[in-house]
Design a protein around this ligand. Structure first.
Ligand code: PEP
Ligand code: MG
Length: 569
């Protein structure tokens, strides 16, 4: 009988195929060893296993590179395993007469627990990577074969508890029409790889490895997260239609790959991507982003026990900019506070964290933290086109003070004969009503603007971006927000500096004609929206966009604006 399950739609597209259910043998059952443990033999075995692991992983990474996806995630596994702390934990345990298998299990479990307890989704997902490393190392130590997915029948819907990066790499991807898992979120590596390979995927669908049997017919919608088991003929037809529509849309989008971003009348725009880690650069490049318009560096500071060192930050920034191969990288300085907490900074609990001691306010009072970050950014600027961006600016003094600190750091680097770009551009995010109202003054202080609509909307509307009860107010179609955006771009134009937008609204198809009319120069969106935004921008001439913007701005209410835009876009 037909039966529907729901998970997270993590890679868009639809498919109907035959299920292959993989039930992984749990690798972390305690070893039942009765023989005495000889640390020397165990250690040699472990070292051998590490070597085999690295060699195999590098091979898989190369294979992934060849298929057009990136092998970097797997290379990250080699780095994780070779982390001195990880290695020393394992070897220490072996020296204490614990078997290699148990030492690997305990250490990986410890790391996975630390990651899984993290507040941010991105770090939580790294727990899956550690589990993947663990399972594979144990298989190698036990001399067992790893799950082989390299030869699959056509139209396979892969159903698995958790699809690990290594499984994905070894997978016969041409014959996999969809992936369904019990675990994993939108930012898990499985999700990233599925999107890169353009395979529809539904993750975190509870109980799928039990409710689906190998051989079952399964219909999957990777957009909505729907999984239909044993669908009837009507459902199959509906999914096949969806699949065809998606393929058609995808084919159109693919035509925009490698093309410049231009309006229908030839106005060139910049189309960048937002990232939260240097590892995301690859996905941005695969989606043909022309640069990075927002590197949210706070992720480097989150889910750890101490501040990242200058060296750690420098390597992340350098990795990001070298990965961009000459394309620009806008690094936003630390934006903590509000909804982003960092326990080890020991910040006081605040009555109104969104209005409190956060972002550039914190950095200007904690100059040691700020200067370390600026030093790391400046040092990385010797390796590519890096620009600095300050978050949550509300007054000119903040920019002046930040620039003074930047100059001080530059002087230090000159004295130390360390290379950096002396002309590094500095810009501000316009995401507070204050910054919007003094955009003319700020425009004379900086090299560029980037509008943070996520915060700008909440502050203009005085409606918490995370509070469902006031969601009806939290909308970029509110006349107040639209006027704000128009004003900010006009001030940038007046001063002759580029205006960008890195809030979610930059990818909103209904807003794009308005942004074209206002003269926005740069759109920075999530990697998977890049081609769609390029296609949307190509639809509008500046004149047609103006016509729509004039009408939209003459309307009185959010609902009128929203409904009007839906009729013309
Ligand atoms: C914004 O506020 O629009 C923005 C891009 O920054 P964040 O979402 O990180 O606050
Ligand atoms: Mg913001």
């Amino acid at each position: 009988m037909s039966h529907m399950l729901k998970g997270i739609g993590a890679s868009r597209g639809a498919a109907v195929g035959t299920a292959l259910v993989i039930k992984e043998r749990p690798a972390d059952v305690q070893e039942k060893r009765t023989d005495p443990i000889d640390p020397k033999t165990e250690l040699a075995g472990f070292e051998n296993a590490v070597q085999t692991f690295c060699a195999k992983t590098e091979k898989m990474a190369q294979k992934l590179d060849e298929t057009g996806a990136s092998g970097e995630i797997l290379r990250g596994h080699i780095l994780m395993l070779k982390d001195p702390f990880m290695l020393s934990q394992i070897t220490e345990q072996i020296q204490n007469k614990i078997s290699a298998v148990d030492a690997v299990t305990a250490t990986c479990n410890m790391f996975a627990e630390i990651f899984a307890a993290a507040d941010d989704e991105l770090t939580r997902q790294r727990a899956a990577d550690v589990q993947d490393i663990k399972t594979r190392l144990i298989h190698i130590l036990n001399g067992e074969e790893e799950t082989d997915l390299s030869d699959l029948p056509e139209n396979t819907v892969l159903v698995v508890g958790e699809l690990t990066p290594s499984m994905t790499a070894g997978m016969d991807s041409a014959h996999v029409c969809a992936i369904v898992t019990e675990k994993g979120g939108k930012t898990s590596h499985c999700a990233i790889l599925a999107r890169a390979m353009r395979i529809p995927a539904v993750l975190s669908a509870a109980g799928v490895t039990e409710s689906i049997q190998t051989g079952d017919l399964v219909a999957v919608n990777g957009g909505t997260g729907e999984v239909q088991i044993a669908p009837d003929a009507q459902t199959v037809a509906a999914f096949e239609k969806l699949k065809a529509e998606f393929a058609e849309k995808e084919a159109v989008l693919q035509q925009f790959k490698g093309k410049p971003t231009v309006t229908a009348d030839g106005k060139v725009k910049e189309l960048f991507a937002n990232i939260g880690s240097d590892r995301d650069v690859q996905e941005a490049m695969e989606n043909d982003a022309e640069g990075i318009g927002l590197f949210r560096t706070e992720f480097l500071f989150m889910d750890r026990n101490a501040l990242p060192t200058e060296e750690e930050q420098f390597s992340a920034y350098r990795a990001a900019v070298t990965g961009l191969k000459g394309k620009p990288l806008i690094i936003r300085t630390l934006d903590i506070g509000g909804d982003k907490e960092i326990p080890y900074l020991g910040l006081k609990k605040e009555e109104n964290p969104f209005l409190g001691f956060r972002a550039v306010r914190y950095c200007l009072q904690n100059t040691d933290v700020f200067k370390t970050q600026l030093r790391a950014i400046l040092r990385a600027s010797a390796f590519g086109d890096i620009r600095i961006m300050l978050p949550l600016v509300t007054c000119v003094e903040e920019v002046e003070n930040a620039k003074a600190l930047l100059h001080a750091v530059q002087e230090e680097l000159i004295a130390e004969k360390i290379e950096f770009n002396k002309e590094i551009p500095i810009g501000v995010m316009i995401e507070t009503p204050a910054a919007c109202l003094i955009a003319d003054l700020l425009s004379r202080q900086v090299d560029f603007f980037s509008i943070g609509t996520n915060d700008l909307t909440q502050y203009i509307m005085a409606a918490d971006r995370g509070n469902a009860d006031v969601e009806y107010l939290y909308s970029v179609y509110q006349p107040a927000v639209l006027r704000g955006i128009q004003h900010i771009i006009a001030c940038a134009k007046e001063a002759g500096i580029p205006a960008g937008m890195c809030g979610e609204a930059a990818a909103d198809p209904y807003l794009i004609p308005l942004l074209v009319a206002f003269g926005l120069d740069e759109f920075s969106v999530s990697s998977n929206a890049v081609l769609e935004v390029r296609e949307q921008i190509s639809r509008w001439t500046v004149d047609a966009a103006h016509e729509i913007a004039d009408k939209a701005l003459a309307l009185q209410t959010e609902q009128q604006v929203r409904e009007y835009l839906k009729t013309v876009v």
